[in-house]
Design a protein around this ligand. Structure first.
Ligand code: ADP
Ligand code: MG
Length: 279
């Protein structure tokens, strides 16, 4: 149900104001297991935050909890969008506020064409302002930028798409729906080098154009050659244990996560700035 809510979620256009997503002391449980435990993070328009962490540490859980997946039980803490709690909001309401998640494993919906899916979503968002001709033009030009073949827009949603095409399709949805805060959950997995470049460059272009806030979950530097992080956070056992600049990515690639295992949590952009100044 969550997936369908997410897929059919609709997002209204942003404005020039600064939008803030604030995650405060979040503790989350699924099936009797606490996954997130004291997670804190603040993301503002124009900022790019990267989260790295070992498998199973709760990165995808975090992204799904932000979008309102009801499988996850919030035990403690809050998630605020522009100072308003979103915890009681359904996924579609969160999406209308401007939150957008590219899924780690985008699903297939047979019988619903890519074009129809996008039209319903964008029309729902724009309501009376929706213009079919403009929509068609935008889909065509963005598809071209993403290097899609002409027929793909008329195929079933992700039907027969390769892993890379599914990820690029998520980026097409992002472009069309114009979110204010974008969460990319391992968008680089399954991408060949050319697709990685296309995805990375298009995400950066979108971010610069719309001034959105970006939360990038990744294991590798290679995506960050195209999406430049302002802050990098190491996540272990459901919380951030260290925050720093892009140099942390190289450090992790060289040294792994083991030394961060028992470190105390560092949270919030102020502490991030302190860290950067002391680096
Ligand atoms: P990551 O994305 O960091 O690799 P996940 O957030 O996917 O980690 O998973 C964190 C932990 O929570 C894992 O142990 C995973 O098995 C568990 N988990 C996540 N979602 C569920 C779920 N719906 N049911 C049971 N366990 C889950
Ligand atoms: Mg994951």
């Amino acid at each position: 149900m969550f997936i369908f809510n997410l897929i059919f979620s609709i997002i209204k256009y942003g404005d020039d104001s600064v939008n803030t997503l604030k995650i405060i002391d979040l503790k989350v449980q699924v099936e009797d297991k606490v996954i997130l435990d004291g997670f804190n993070l603040e993301i503002k328009s124009g900022e790019t935050h990267v989260i790295m962490g070992p498998n199973g540490t709760g990165k995808s859980t975090l992204s799904k909890v932000i979008m309102g997946d009801t499988k996850y039980k919030i035990l403690q803490g809050d998630i605020l969008f522009n100072d308003e709690s979103i915890l009681s909001m359904t996924t579609d309401k969160r999406a209308r506020l401007g939150l957008f998640l590219t899924m780690q494993s985008p699903i297939t919906v047979e019988g619903v064409s890519n074009a129809e899916f996008l039209r319903v979503a964008v029309q729902g968002k724009e309501q009376k302002n929706f213009k079919l001709l403009q929509f068609v033009k935008d889909v065509e030009s963005t598809s071209l930028k993403l290097n899609f073949s002409k027929d793909f827009i008329h195929r079933g949603l992700n039907e027969g798409f390769s892993g890379g095409e599914r990820k690029k399709n998520e980026i097409l949805q992002m472009y069309m729906l114009k979110p204010k805060i974008v969460i990319l959950d391992e968008i680089d997995s399954g991408l060949d080098v050319d697709s990685l470049k296309i995805v990375g460059e298009n995400v950066t272009e979108y971010k610069n154009k719309e001034n959105c806030g970006l939360l990038v979950i990744t294991h590798y530097q290679r995506l960050l050659d195209y999406i430049k992080p302002d802050f990098v956070h190491i996540m272990m056992n459901g919380k951030i244990v260290k925050s720093g600049s892009s140099s942390l990515v190289k450090y992790i690639e060289d040294n792994g996560y083991s030394e961060f295992e028992e470190k105390k949590q560092i949270t919030g952009t102020c502490i991030v700035k302190d860290f950067l100044e002391n680096e």
